[in-house]
Design a protein around this ligand. Structure first.
Ligand code: MN
Length: 571
C-alpha cells in the first residue's frame, strides 16, 4: 500500500470523515496542472490527465475513463487502489452502497460549483453528507514540488489584435445587459485572453496563475502574486486594470455586496461560492461572457493562425524529410517525438509544444492517449504504421496536427482503414453547411465511411483550439455527443477522425480548420440561412503510400491534389 494512502486514512479519522474524494486537478480547474498540483499522482501513482480517487477506511478506488484503463492498471499495482471505469462505475453508488450513511469530504477549491451541486444531490439522497474540508495533500505530501514561479508577460497587440481595454469594455457591456455587475474569472486561460497576458506556469499552455474580476464598467482587477508581475507589465496592462494580491480576493468580492456577481458554475471552484456567500454578495451562476467571445478569432488571430501553420508546416516538412534516415539508422518513438520538437524550435516565435507528443508504433498507435515513455519506448523496426500527433505553441497561434505514415510496404487492410479515415477527414474539410449548424450535426460526415465497413472511433471528431493558449478550448466542437453550440465564422477547430485496431495499429488524420463564409450562395427559396465552410489551416501532405486510390471519388482525388499543391507552395 502506498504510504500516502495510509497517511490519508489516519487523516480521515482526525478530520472525522468517512471518505474523501480527490480529483486530478488544481484550484484553476484546468486541463493541465503544475507538478505542485499532481496530488492524484502523489496519492495513487496514477499519472493520467483525467480521474479521481475515493478513499474510505476499508476501500480505495481510482476512477478514470476508457483512454486510461491499461495505463491505470499498470500504475496502480501495489498502490492499494482498485481501478474503476468512470464511464460505467458510479462512485457515489459504490460509496453509499458500502455504508448506510456517512460524511464524504472534498476540497472546495478543487471542484466546480456545478460538480458540488450534482454530487450533494446524489449523496444526500442516500443519507450521506458532502462536507467541504481541508486538502490532505497540503498536510501530508512530503517533498512536494514548489508552486510554479513563472512571470507574467504581455501578449503583444500585434498577436492579440484587440487591446485588453477594448475586450473588457465590450464584455463589460455584455454583463451589464445581463444585469450582472461583475464576473469572477477563475480560469487563467480566460484571464490570459481577456487581459492579453501570458506566462510560463504550465508546461504546454502559456498562462500565468492568476484570477480576475471583470466589472460591467469595463475595468478589471487582476489577482496575482506580486513577485510574478513586473512594474513594466503592470503598466502595459492599461489603466483599466488594478493589480492586487491574491489574498485580497475575498475583500474584492465583499466590496460587490448589493450588486450581482457572476460566478460561472462550470469554471468556478465551490470555495469561491462559499466566499461570496459569506460576504453577503448577490450571485448568479450563469455562463461566462468571456468563453463565447474568445472562440471568435479576430482578423489578427486568424492571420496569426495561418502564419503559425505555415511555420509548423515547414517544420513538419523538414522532419518528414529526415524520418526515413532516422528509421534506417535505428530510432524509437521517444526519439522521434524529441526530434520533431527540435525541428519546431527552428521556427520564429516558437514557445514549446502545445501538448506532449503522441508517437505510436503499430499497436501503440491504437492506444488513443499513448505517450512514449522516456525509457524503453518501442523501436521502429520492420514494416508497420506510425501515428504522430503533436503541436506547437507559436506566439501568433497554436497548432495541433496528426499524421499516420507507413514504414515499409503497408498491407491492404492498413490502406483500406487509412483511406476510410481520410475520406471522412476530407468530407469534413469540404463540408458546406447553413449558419446555425452545430458540430454535432457534422460529426457523422467524418464517420460514414468507417461505419459502412463496421468501424468507428471512441472520441470526438474535433475540438476548439486557443490562440497561443490551450490547445483544447471550448465551447465549439465536432462531436457524436449532444451539442448545442452553432459553428460560427472565425472559430478554429480540429478535424481528426481516426480508427484503432487494438494490438495492430492506429490511424488518425488531423488538421486544424477555421469556419469561414462559403462561396456557395443560398439558392433555396424556402429558408433564409447563408452557408459556411472550413478553411484548412494545417499544411502537411498525407502519406500517399497509405491511400487506396480505387476507394476515392474524383472529387476526393482533386481535393487531395489541391491540398498537396498548397503544401508544396508553403516555403
Ligand atoms: Mn487534436
Amino acid at each position: 500500500m502506498s504510504p500516502a494512502l495510509s497517511a490519508l486514512r489516519a487523516w480521515l479519522s482526525e478530520q472525522r470523515l468517512d471518505a474523501f474524494i480527490l480529483p486530478r486537478g488544481d484550484a484553476y480547474l484546468g486541463e493541465y496542472v503544475a507538478t505542485h498540483d499532481e496530488m492524484l499522482a502523489w496519492l495513487t501513482g496514477f499519472t493520467g490527465s483525467a480521474g479521481f480517487a475515493v478513499v474510505t477506511q476499508s476501500a480505495a478506488y481510482l476512477y478514470t475513463d476508457g483512454r486510461y484503463q491499461t495505463q491505470g492498471a499498470a500504475e496502480l499495482k501495489n498502490s492499494g487502489f482498485e481501478l474503476r471505469h468512470s464511464g460505467r462505475d458510479k462512485w457515489d453508488e459504490e460509496l453509499t452502497a458500502a455504508q448506510n450513511s456517512g460524511a464524504n469530504g472534498f476540497d472546495p477549491w478543487l471542484h466546480s460549483i456545478e460538480w458540488q451541486a450534482s454530487a450533494e444531490k446524489k449523496l444526500t439522497a442516500q443519507n450521506w453528507k458532502l462536507i467541504p474540508a481541508a486538502n490532505p495533500a497540503d498536510a501530508l505530501w512530503q517533498n512536494r514540488p514548489a508552486p510554479p514561479t513563472g512571470l507574467a508577460e504581455i501578449h503583444a497587440l500585434k498577436f492579440a489584435g484587440e487591446s485588453g481595454g477594448a475586450k473588457c469594455e465590450r464584455l463589460g457591456k455584455k454583463l451589464a445587459a445581463q444585469n450582472a455587475a461583475a464576473e469572477l474569472v477563475n480560469d487563467p486561460t480566460l484571464t490570459a485572453w481577456l487581459l492579453n497576458l501570458r506566462g510560463s506556469d504550465l508546461p504546454h499552455t502559456p498562462i500565468v496563475q492568476a484570477r480576475a474580476i471583470l466589472h460591467a464598467s469595463g475595468s478589471a482587477e487582476l489577482f496575482i502574486a506580486p513577485e510574478k508581475i513586473s512594474a513594466t507589465v503592470r503598466a502595459e496592462l492599461g489603466d483599466h486594470v488594478t493589480v492586487r494580491a491574491p489574498e485580497t480576493l475575498p475583500d474584492a468580492i465583499a466590496a460587490l455586496r448589493g450588486k450581482t456577481l457572476r460566478l460561472p458554475a462550470a469554471q468556478t471552484p465551490y470555495a469561491l461560492l462559499q466566499i461570496a456567500e459569506t460576504a453577503g454578495a448577490e450571485m448568479d451562476t450563469g455562463p461566462s461572457v468571456i468563453v463565447p467571445a474568445r472562440a471568435i478569432k479576430n482578423a489578427t488571430e486568424q492571420d496569426g493562425a495561418r502564419t503559425a501553420h505555415a511555420r509548423d508546416g515547414a517544420a513538419l516538412k523538414d522532419f518528414f524529410a529526415e524520418l526515413p534516415a532516422l528509421i534506417q539508422t535505428g530510432t524509437t518513438e521517444f526519439e522521434i517525438a524529441a526530434r520533431l520538437a527540435q525541428h519546431r524550435t527552428q521556427q520564429a516565435d516558437y514557445a514549446g509544444e502545445s501538448f506532449p507528443a503522441i508517437v505510436g508504433w503499430n499497436g501503440n498507435g491504437a492506444i488513443v492517449h499513448y505517450r512514449p515513455p522516456e525509457r524503453s519506448s518501442a523501436a521502429i523496426i520492420g514494416n508497420g504504421i506510425l501515428l504522430i500527433d503533436s503541436g506547437g505553441q507559436y506566439r501568433p497561434g497554436t497548432t495541433d496536427v496528426t499524421r499516420t505514415v507507413a514504414v515499409g510496404a503497408p498491407t491492404a487492410r492498413q490502406r483500406d482503414v487509412y483511406t476510410r479515415v481520410l475520406k471522412g477527414h476530407l468530407a469534413i474539410a469540404r463540408a458546406q453547411f447553413p449558419v446555425g449548424t452545430t458540430g454535432g450535426q457534422l460529426d457523422a460526415l467524418a464517420r460514414q465511411f468507417l461505419w459502412e465497413a463496421g468501424f468507428d472511433y471512441d472520441h470526438g471528431t474535433g475540438h476548439g483550439v486557443g490562440s497561443f493558449l490551450n490547445v483544447h478550448e471550448g465551447p465549439q466542437r465536432i462531436t457524436n455527443r449532444p451539442d448545442a453550440t452553432a459553428l460560427a465564422p472565425s472559430m478554429i477547430l480540429s478535424n481528426e477522425p481516426g480508427c484503432y485496431l487494438p494490438g495492430e495499429f492506429g490511424v488518425r488524420i488531423e488538421n486544424l480548420v477555421m469556419v469561414v463564409p462559403a462561396a456557395q450562395k443560398n439558392l433555396g427559396k424556402n429558408f433564409g440561412a447563408e452557408f459556411l465552410c472550413f478553411e484548412t489551416l494545417t499544411l502537411a501532405p498525407y502519406d500517399t503510400a497509405l491511400i487506396d486510390p480505387t476507394l476515392l471519388t474524383p472529387t476526393e482525388a482533386a481535393q487531395i491534389a489541391a491540398y498537396d499543391a498548397r503544401c508544396e507552395n508553403n516555403s
